[in-house]
Design a protein. Structure first.
Length: 163
């Protein structure tokens, strides 16, 4: 059925080209791709697109969007556990080599947390005034909410009449 058309040397390995007869259709359409998780043939609109630096072109991800969303966290967790030592060492080295960048990012996020009164910022603030750990503050959500309300009220009083 399939005829061998040509053999081409690419990086030392032969690459075979085959031609399908006119009466046979290819299993996969040019505008579709098979997801290895759900084993369904879906259009390329159902795949995330990313830029491949090594190939210098845009490519489609291996998994369709629903499967990628559903399975990304367990895959990432497994990858981190498999490469835990290397990941932690890389992070440690990065922090050591880029202290100014880390300081700048830390200040940016602290400002954001302060403006939005996120739980981590409120817990840190409350732990300083109560002289206890942030873990104890997080274990008591009523206390966390009371501090958050208190901080909001102080901000409203301070900003009253400024506008």
């Amino acid at each position: 059925m399939n005829k061998q058309l040509d053999t081409k040397e690419a990086k030392g390995k032969p690459e075979l080209y085959t031609v399908l007869p006119a009466d046979k259709k290819a299993v996969a359409d040019v505008g579709s791709k098979m997801c290895p998780i759900c084993n369904k043939n879906k259009s390329l609109n159902n795949y995330y697109k990313y830029f491949s630096k090594s190939r210098q072109k845009y490519r489609y991800s291996n998994y369709c969007k629903p499967c990628a969303r559903e399975n990304s966290k367990p895959r990432a967790k497994k990858h981190f556990e498999d490469n835990r030592e290397q990941k932690l060492q890389y992070a440690k080295d990065y922090r050591k080599q880029n202290p100014e960048k880390i300081k700048k990012l830390s200040a940016k996020f602290t400002k954001k947390y302060r403006e939005e009164l996120q739980d981590c910022y409120v817990a840190e603030f409350a732990s300083k005034s109560l002289k206890c750990s942030t873990k104890e503050i997080h274990e008591n959500p009523e206390l966390l909410q009371a501090y958050k309300n208190n901080m909001n009220l102080k901000r409203q009083i301070r900003n009253y009449g400024k506008k």
